[in-house]
Design a protein around this ligand. Sequence first.
Ligand SMILES: Nc1ncnc2c1ncn2[C@@H]1O[C@H](COP(=O)(O)OP(=O)(O)OP(=O)(O)O)[C@@H](O)[C@H]1O
Length: 564
Amino acid sequence: MSSSGGIQIPGRLPLLLTQEGVLLPGSTMRLSVDTPRNMQLVRSRLLRGTSLKSTIIGVIPNTRDPEHEADELPTLHSIGTAGLAVQVVGSNWPKPHYTLLITGVCRFRVSSLLKQRPFALAEVEQLDKLEELTSTEEVTAEDGELQELSQRFYQAALQVLDAVSLEERFKKTLPLLTRQIEGLKLLQKTRSPRPDDEKRVTFSSCAVFPGRQFSLDEEGEDEDGDDTAALERKVHRANMPEAALKVCVKELKRLKKMPQSMPEYALTRNYLDLMVELPWSKSTKDCLDIQAARILLDNDHYAMDKLKRRVLEYLAVRQLKASLKGPILCFVGPPGVGKTSVGRSIARTLGREFHRIALGGVCDQSDIRGHRRTYVGSMPGRIINGLKTVGVNNPVFLLDEVDKLGKSLQGDPAAALLEVLDPEQNHSFTDHYLNVAFDLSQVLFIATANTTATIPPALLDRMEVLQVPGYTQEEKVEIAHRHLIPNQLEQHGLTPQQLQIPQDSTQEVITRYTREAGVRSLERKIGAICRAVAVKVAEGQKEEEVKRDDARQHGPAPSSPHCL
Ligand SMILES: Nc1ncnc2c1ncn2[C@@H]1O[C@H](COP(=O)(O)OP(=O)(O)OP(=O)(O)O)[C@@H](O)[C@H]1O
């Protein structure tokens, strides 16, 4: 079959009919074969006997192979490509089929069809000669692009195939190549536009990728703009301390030298994005008025006099001495007594941002301090993340459930918190991910816990514990009527006229259906009553008055106080 001058194909070739793409001489293509005739061809020619390389088959493009073996063959495309099957892979899923990897050798013309069954066999005339292929790798590299082109422009590729004379073939191929190059240029432009290119650029030409248009709005610091230049400007505008700026400039230099495809590019980019987003010198102005704070605390919370008094003292001292260092307040009490909501109120009275960090179950110190950037998937700790979320450097951070911090092989998160909460140290808190110090001294930390017994002594020592005891029956009734019922009515879209709960009904709900120090279950029970009334209101019974019996009707049997 091969001669010294080139490749000589046999005069008779089995034909593989395909509609998937066009195999061009010199290119390599993957074909899926699942119709009976093509499968037969693979079985009897490629899988039996001689080596694959020695078996040449003719690939006829643009011809549908009939689904059934009994069907007549459609008219064949007159020109095809003789190809060497380099690889045959069989599979039974989702239905039996073969996948062929075929390298095109040369063109041929179908002179006459000799037989149709079990597979098509034809007498062929070789149209062009190719020098012997040296290696498959070479072929793939040279013509991989051409093959991709042929898939996109099936018809155009067919024309290239049909062009037997070299001159005609050049004529057909050159416009395609020019368009491909233009397309690549446009693509490159859309990926990295100039930093000063603020004009609206619209690519209306869709010659390269039919059906796809590029339209790009470029406005100065667009995210997709010149990444590094925009990032550099942001770094210089972020107002960060000298040490952080130095690190950022160094990272920027590395980033500029890195190719975008490098995995480290994304890591460095994420790091720099975080650095510019952090509120290094952005803060809210405290608007502290003790009178207003007292009114706000009283409005938000009933009872808790001792706690409110201490909070007011704390706020008053802050008003007189803005640079107050410590103490860190820690509210300790049973669940549902309002520790978290007092923290929220403090943030409101100060006019600061509020952020809650739930520490229950945290047993890895990198949760607080972050992971070093050398780790895959590393990220900053919760403190730095919280600062990024609130966007200012003086928020109120509520460290919820400090008594439920765990310990594990990954370190002790309580130890990491020591640095965060120590006013003497936290002005240079170093998160492992950032690797530069961040000043936490402006952050107001408040901690909450259910018990002091499980708080590590070193941590407890840095905090001032304020006990929040449970409520008496009378206090609960007051809290329910002043806060919980109006809140629940609002949440369920009811008006006070639609649902009135008398004091003695509340008292009964408290004694018979709740058994707690706080008011969380009571709030849930009131929610249950609201839901029941909401159904009636929605059914058309307006002005519903819930009497004591009603409360009992919608609740569980008195003998099972916990299950409402
Ligand atoms: N004295 C109070 N006045 C008004 N509402 C209160 C009072 N105490 C608690 N609440 C309400 O009870 C609900 C539960 O309070 P919160 O979530 O603050 O409890 P907690 O003490 O933080 O509980 P946990 O320890 O489980 O976190 C909130 O809706 C809160 O508004």
